[in-house]
Design a protein around this ligand. Structure first.
Ligand SMILES: [Fe+2]
Ligand SMILES: [Fe+2]
Length: 547
């Protein structure tokens, strides 16, 4: 499981880079005294106080004054700060143009650190434009120029780590974060170190390296306490909670999440409060207190919606789905997982600063697990079909692979196999388990199960196209199947694949009215009726089951 906090921290890291704050001791370029330098200082003061229009005006005036005074370093700095201010207001092109001018001035003066700062700002803007490879190249050039300046180098490595993480390059991200940590240490920047430990902890947690994550979060928390920085402490506590949950230390997890919640209540950070409620919900769910779990997770979803955080909403929805599953409310669980899937699809790596692919893969495996367990719980009512869905899934996936279907289609087929007979829950027990042949009336009821399945799942919009499988898995190529008597290409390919796997498994397992056939006997029967199957499906089945 991967939680949100990355966003806040990573954004903080980017902002720190973009606006060049905070500077490490000795990292500040002292501009020569003069009007331009004073205007620049005024601009910085306005910026710190959040008075952006005044800050922009002061930086503009500082640029003009520095040009008049012919004061190069002040001009470079003022241009860069003006550029960063534009970027933060989403005026990306203008911001980049200003920072390019800043770089030009610094380069002519051979002021390497100022030039590196300008490139760092430009690369930050490239991230916001989604120009990843330009961003990476520019950060690397900046790092080369800032070799002697630890505090600048540290922030550049932090950003390179974030880019690597977004692209799922775990080892590279780790290396950049570790490098950044060393540079923060050299620069004596305690807050920078705390931030680096936090990023290291989060990336380790995402990859399930709990021991590393635990160590990094503890180190980060120690530094946060040393600094008396409430926000950092809150984030540290929140992040650490995930480690306790992974280790099933639920009391420690609850304490940590509640501590984080108190801090974020004070600070009024709704999206982080959502994260804390989510963890509390998970703790209650894992300790069997489902009503409390539901309440906390609902609150987490609400707060995420209020804060406009797609990532938090997606993650809280996924956890709430697992509560519904535990309550046996499978349809509600799938509805929420579908919503969560859609939200994860909307995540924007540039904005959320996360490895979107990793998050989607993890969500899809949760989805598959919920569907599989539901399929199995349906079977358990019918002792003869125990393990039927699992085997149909395995045969069908083998046939689909032989047909060269892609990974997405294989997922559809697997999910369809787990739920293909979900409608049988509406078929009376005595018909389902009748020893001996069904009467025509009973057979008619039995033949309704694909339609019942569709009715049962009417409220669930699956991200994969599995309903045609449920409805049409008993259709036959020659039109002799049910419930719609489809024929030929009218039958969806996936339904034919599940259909042939279903028949094979039915024949090779014992039923209430007969014993199990051998694989050879079953194949011989299937091969007597090739007209039931699409020719390519029939061929792929023969090739993958073989004898
Ligand atoms: Fe069926
Ligand atoms: Fe079946």
């Amino acid at each position: 499981m991967a939680w949100e906090r990355r966003r806040k921290l990573a954004v903080a890291a980017t902002r720190r880079t973009l606006d060049g704050q905070p500077r490490a001791p000795g990292g500040e370029h002292q501009p020569p005294p003069g009007a331009a330098a004073q205007l620049l200082a005024d601009g910085r003061a306005h910026e710190r106080a959040g008075r952006m229009p005044q800050a922009l005006a002061a930086f503009r005036a500082a640029v003009d004054a520095a040009e008049a005074e012919d004061s190069g370093p002040v001009l470079a700095e003022a241009l860069r700060r003006l550029g960063v201010a534009h970027v933060l207001r989403q005026q990306l092109e203008e911001g980049v143009a200003l920072m390019r001018r800043s770089y030009g001035v610094a380069h002519r003066l051979e002021e390497d650190v100022l030039a590196a700062e300008a490139l760092n700002g430009i690369a930050g803007a490239y991230i916001m434009m989604g120009r990843w490879s330009d961003a990476r190249d520019t950060f690397r050039r900046a790092r080369g120029l800032a070799a002697a300046e630890a505090s600048v180098r540290a922030r550049i490595d932090q950003n390179l780590g974030i880019i690597a993480n977004i692209h799922g390059e775990f080892e590279l991200a780790l290396a950049h974060y570790a490098e950044s940590l060393r540079a923060f240490e050299m620069a004596g920047d305690v807050q920078g170190r705390a931030l680096a430990y936090n990023n290291l902890g989060m990336i380790s947690a995402d990859r399930g390296r709990w021991e590393d994550a635990d160590r990094y979060f503890r180190l980060s928390l120690e530094l946060a306490d040393q600094l008396g920085d409430a926000r950092l402490r809150g984030l540290g506590l929140l992040n650490h909670t995930e480690v306790f949950i992974a280790r099933q230390q639920y009391e420690a997890a609850r304490g940590s999440a509640e501590g984080a919640l108190r801090i974020f209540e004070q600070l009024g950070f709704r999206d982080q409060k959502s994260g804390a409620y989510k963890f509390l919900g998970v703790v209650y769910r894992e300790t069997g207190r489902l009503a409390l779990a539901e309440a906390r997770l609902r609150r987490a979803v609400e707060l995420a919606v209020e804060a406009g955080s797609t990532l938090h909403e997606a993650e809280a929805s996924r956890e709430l789905a697992l509560v519904y599953q535990a309550l046996g409310r499978n349809q509600d669980a799938l509805k929420l997982l579908t919503a969560s899937h859609r939200l994860f699809g909307r995540l924007d790596a540039r904005v959320d600063l996360v490895d979107v692919a990793l998050k989607r893969t993890k969500l899809e495996s949760v989805y598959l697990a919920v569907v599989r367990e539901w399929g199995q719980s349906i079977e358990s009512a019918d002792s003869y079909t125990h393990g039927h869905c699992e085997r149909v899934a395995a045969f069908a996936v083998a046939v689909a692979r032989a047909l060269g279907l892609d990974e997405g289609e294989l997922t559809t087929i697997r999910l369809g196999a787990y739920l293909h007979d979900v409608g049988k829950v509406r078929v009376p027990h005595e018909i389902l388990n009748k020893p001996g042949r069904l009467t025509p009336e009973e057979f008619q009821v039995m033949q309704m199960h694909p339609v019942y399945g569709i009715e049962l799942l009417a409220a669930v919009e699956f991200p994969w196209d599995i309903k045609p499988i449920i409805r049409s898995h008993h259709e036959k190529y020659d039109g002799s199947g049910y419930p719609d008597r489809l024929r030929g290409e009218e039958i969806p390919l996936a339904a034919q694949i599940i259909g042939i796997a279903d028949v094979f498994d039915a024949l090779t397992t014992a039923r209430s009215y007969r014993g199990a056939m051998s694989k050879e006997q079953a194949l011989a029967i299937i091969r007597e009726s090739p007209q039931h199957w699409r020719p390519d499906v029939f061929a792929a089945f023969n090739a993958s089951v073989g004898v």
